[in-house]
Design a protein around this ligand. Structure first.
Ligand code: HEM
Length: 86
């Protein structure tokens, strides 16, 4: 449920930047991409470009039509918040 989701500031997001532990933020939601890496049609390398940071821009540049909300629902870990409101 939503009560178990985390509030994640950029400094924390940044620490999850390895393939074994790869988080990204898209449209304010933070996803754990690790389980999805082998399944991405665009390859693992492209996903790792946004590991540990906000991937919204690159995501929408490559495929704005993809419903990440739906696809990565099971990988949702929380919400991106500003450093000061963490
Ligand atoms: C293709 C999902 C992130 C680059 C695709 C496709 C899906 C997908 C479903 C196939 C789209 C289609 O054929 O219409 C996702 C999800 C992401 C994500 C759920 C969330 C983490 C990214 C990022 C990049 C990227 C951040 C770039 C840095 C690409 C590229 C393709 C692709 C280049 C085209 C592959 C090809 O057709 O040869 N992705 N993607 N993706 N994705 Fe992603």
């Amino acid at each position: 449920g939503v009560e178990t989701l985390l509030r994640i500031p950029p400094s924390v997001l940044k620490t999850h930047n390895r393939r074994e532990d790869a988080w990204t933020a898209i449209n304010g939601k933070v996803y754990n991409m690790t389980p999805y890496l082998p399944y991405h049609p665009g390859g693992e390398k492209e996903l790792m470009r946004v590991a540990g940071r906000d991937g919204t821009k690159l995501f929408s540049l490559t495929h704005a039509w993809v419903n990440v909300d739906f696809m990565l629902d099971a990988c949702l870990v929380g919400f991106l918040v500003s450093e000061s409101s963490a």
